[in-house]
Design a protein around this ligand. Sequence first.
Ligand code: AR6
Length: 177
Amino acid sequence: MNRYIFGDVTLELIEGDITKQPDIEAIANAANAQLYAGGGVDGAIHRAAGTGLEKEAHPLGPLKPGEAVITGGHHLPNNYVIHCLGPVYDRDIPHDLYLANCYENAMRICEERGIQSIAFPAISTGVFGYPVEEAAPVALKAVMDAMPSLKSLRTIRMVLFSHYAHQVFGNALEKLI
Ligand code: AR6
């Protein structure tokens, strides 16, 4: 299952690169607390955006697990980047609560700004060590629970970087529906 529709809100699952989603208004970043350019998806986003992104983002930190802040998209094809600090799996307990908070806070910011589309990577599932099999249902449930009350967001796209992660998210979506 790669798509779930509730009213006029669509949740999509795709395999791809989050820096290459030109039809999306805001992309979420799996950031570090200080909002410095790091590795993984964060590194890819900062490379594509240019150095102005770190200059704008760093003064908005430090973030606590589950928190999110918004910046411009700089040289990205997107208007905004929403920087989320996911939980470190072994350290930030309860990790499922903090992970859900990332998605909830990012969507809340979109609603406050009138943003209609957001793309998310699988936050915390790389360097931060959250097994993708456990992260997928938490991420999807956070989004699906919010969908009935969304006024502005119309498209929520999960951009999974590997075929495996895409499959895991697809299976988790099927179970939740
Ligand atoms: N597009 C979409 N997903 C990607 C991309 C991409 N271009 N590149 C990697 N991923 P991670 P975290 C996936 O480690 O676990 C950074 O150094 C990747 O396969 O990027 O939240 C920050 O500065 C994985 O599934 O983020 C922090 O210090 C997912 O993105 C720390 O890593 C998240 O992996 C955050 O760790």
